[in-house]
Design a protein around this ligand. Structure first.
Ligand SMILES: [Fe+2]
Ligand SMILES: [Fe+2]
Length: 151
């Protein structure tokens, strides 16, 4: 496999993961709310890194007309994302709902780092829904068309 998750997105995931880790160490309702987010976020991130985000690593090559047989692996990933899209979106709704509880708790205790984190993660989920997931699915569809024609 000659592709991986784009570095910018991988870093964003790592950063969100670390910020959340910090929030879970807060005492009281902020820490509890952060742990509730972590419970749903952790398995969600793992799935994204397994099949939703790696196809995006091909975008730059594909857009400049490069294509190799090894890219074929991305088709199965994109197909899995499409098959599980409804579930992924419902996980986002659950994550966002839990983030709202965290925001309220953090505002009450004036823990602005945690408030900032909830905004960042909410926006991240929105970007995935509007741009990244559809782009990953399109990578799969594009590859299918290319392989039908060329190989
Ligand atoms: Fe993500
Ligand atoms: Fe996500």
């Amino acid at each position: 496999m000659d592709f991986e998750i784009p570095k910018s997105i991988k870093l964003e995931h790592e950063e969100l993961h670390e910020d959340l880790e910090e929030a879970t160490m807060e005492s009281g309702s902020v820490g509890d709310a952060a742990k509730a987010v972590q419970e749903v976020l952790q398995p969600h991130f793992l799935k994204e890194e397994e099949f939703a985000l790696p196809p995006l690593g091909l975008l730059s090559k594909l857009s400049s007309g490069q294509i190799t047989l090894e890219m074929k692996d991305a088709i199965a990933m994109a197909d899995r994302l499409r098959a599980e899209l409804r579930q992924m979106l419902s996980e986002h709704r659950e994550i966002v709902a839990r983030l709202k509880i965290l925001t309220e708790a953090a505002l009450k205790e004036n823990k602005l780092d945690s408030v900032q984190f909830t905004e960042k993660l909410t926006l991240h989920a929105q970007t995935e829904e509007e741009v990244l997931y559809p782009a990953a699915i399109l990578v799969g569809e594009y590859l299918k068309m290319q392989f039908e024609n060329k190989f």
